[in-house]
Ligand binder design. Sequence first.
Ligand code: PEP
Ligand code: MN
Length: 444
Amino acid sequence: MQHSPDALDAWRELPIKQQPQWPDPAEVELVSAELATLPPLVFAGEVDQMRYRLGEAAAGKAFLLQGGDCAETFAGATADQIRNRIKTVLQMAVVLTYGASMPIVKMGRMAGQFAKPRSKDTETRGDVTLPAFRGEIVNGFEFTEGARTPDPQRLLTAYHTAASTLNLIRAFTQGGFADLREVHSWNKGFAENPANKRYEHMATEIDRAIKFMEAAGADFEEMKRVDFYTGHEGLLMDYERPLTRIDSRTGDAYDTSAHFIWVGERTRELDGAHIDFASKIRNPIGVKLGPTTTPETALQLIEKLDPEREPGRLTFITRMGAGQIRDALPPLLEAVRDSGAQPLWVTDPMHGNGFATPTGFKTRRFDDVVDEVRGFFEAHRQVGTHPGGIHVELTGDDVTECLGGSEEIDEAGLATRYESLCDPRLNHMQSLELAFLVAEELEK
Ligand code: PEP
Ligand code: MN
């Protein structure tokens, strides 16, 4: 997929959305030049391997689990919080492996998920209007002029925070922490909680499967290491472009800020800057598809991003809303199936189900999340395509941001521990519960 040297910059001439108004463009140039000299965060070989594994998921031979914050924060990149998130994803993956009887491809919305698209450029409180919060890679959350003014130095802080997060991810997932037996014993703790009685049966079955493997002489030492990939929305071009490098082996361009880059619902115009840039890099690419997506748009995105129909190259992440998925998804699946293309289909059951409570919390109902996941599986069964993965906003901590789940978090409970700077995340328990429910769907 070699392009002429300036192809990587063709996006600069195209309409672009959701970029900050930097107060001093010359400073951004300097920061970008510095970013361009820093080492890559991920390597071409890893990216190729991930693309291969996503291809397996698209073909129905693996399943993708992607989870992490809506918006990572610099202060949140602590050893404890990163460990808790990895732990949660690994626990979910064990349950899903059992339910799917297939390998689970694990990916964090981590180590780079710092930039946020916003519905408005500004935010008004009382008679004060300031730039909207665009994620800590751009500005601060605090509602003051100082914090909200975009600061290019944040690009460097984001890079270094991503580097240390990735370092910990690599250490945890390669250093023994991912031991299947250990992860399963954490899950037993979950299933033994009386509130989660419903999942005890499956946890017991997993236990028996592990005992069987042990008796049969499975090499658990080998299974102590797992591949854990990173992905984020490739939104902020002043970050993504300088981290894009040409692979000396092949001459191809790789965005080395993450293994997987997706284009969001608000920036996926066919002739816009983000899709053009994504079309020029070798990373596996995701595109979010909301309920208004037409079959024509889906087919045009395939043509533009995956003209060679390469397995694993393109992932469609649908975020339709529980009330709409059963109507909106099947026509897309049919049109894409009939075209002969085989993208990976993943459900994001979060972004179509948000609402604000009268007390002002952005939230989602756990039951709506589950309902959208069920609708996703139903649509694929109906059309005969592969439901290939799940993309969720979650944290490993006991926050109270989404309503419901076996702990029955209610509206009054949201105030107890609401920490997200952007969208509400499933907490540790809700995430595990979702994994058990998805595993049941996968077993069907
Ligand atoms: C997100 O993933 O946080 C997001 C903004 O999603 P979408 O582009 O689907 O709205
Ligand atoms: Mn979000």
